[in-house]
Design a protein around this ligand. Structure first.
Ligand SMILES: [Zn+2]
Length: 226
């Protein structure tokens, strides 16, 4: 049963959307580098403390999801629990990443589109809230933020030939679909997320570039027009 929680666009806070835009920049960079386009940024006290994007193809390492790369970078400077930190990620964290996020005690997760195959924040398993886990308290996970943009990035990736696939299909036969179905029925929520009801003074829009680091750090660059 799909337990993912989606926030209606009219209930989404502007600062959450601004940070999700930064996560989309990272996802766009992943796409430009032949990776499944997933990007993320971790935010603490209105500042980005780490950001990353998927690098599984580059390093031939299936665990190098954006979230885990960022966690590797930020943990030395931010010992768990990360209860004061919010993760913005373009796709619902998978079961592996959701488990890692729970183990480091993440405070809140805001994502773009759901992950119907591997989602660990309600779409497949609710690692984020299940009381079967006793590692750390449940964390809030809400989706639907710039969801269409996140989906279109994924579609553009799967439209192109995957050079790493054993039998890449010809893209000439493919058509980029632009219709976006609504979130899974029965899961849409008009619930106001924590941030939407928080401080009256909005967080300034994040400036580019943002701090990153570590040996896997990428070069910040703005989103280029298509
Ligand atoms: Zn993951």
């Amino acid at each position: 049963m799909n337990k993912a929680v989606y926030i209606s666009p009219e209930d989404q806070a502007s600062d959450d959307l601004a940070w999700m835009r930064e996560a989309l920049y990272m996802a766009e960079e992943a796409l430009q580098n032949g990776e499944v386009p997933v990007g993320c940024v971790f935010v603490k006290n209105g500042q980005a403390i780490a950001r990353a994007r998927n690098r599984t193809n580059e390093w031939r390492n299936a665990t190098l999801h954006a979230e885990l790369e960022a966690i590797d970078h930020l943990l030395p400077y931010n010992p768990p629990p990360l209860s004061s930190i919010t993760l913005y990620v373009t796709v619902e964290p998978c079961v592996m990443c959701a488990s890692a996020l729970r183990q480091v005690g993440i405070g809140r997760v805001v994502y773009g589109c759901g992950n119907d195959r591997f989602g660990g924040c309600g779409s497949v398993l609710d690692v984020s809230t299940s009381d079967m886990l006793d590692t750390n308290p449940a964390f809030e996970a809400v989706g639907g933020y710039l969801r269409e943009e996140a989906i279109m990035l994924l579609r553009r990736f799967y439209m192109s030939e995957n050079q790493n696939a054993p039998n890449p299909k010809k893209k000439a036969t493919r058509v980029l679909k632009t219709d976006i179905p609504p979130p899974p029925s029965g899961t849409a929520s008009a619930a106001t997320s924590r941030s939407a009801s928080a401080a009256p003074t909005p967080t300034p829009a994040p400036k580019f570039p943002l701090p990153i680091g570590g040996t896997l750090a990428s070069t910040p660059r703005p989103l280029t027009p298509q």
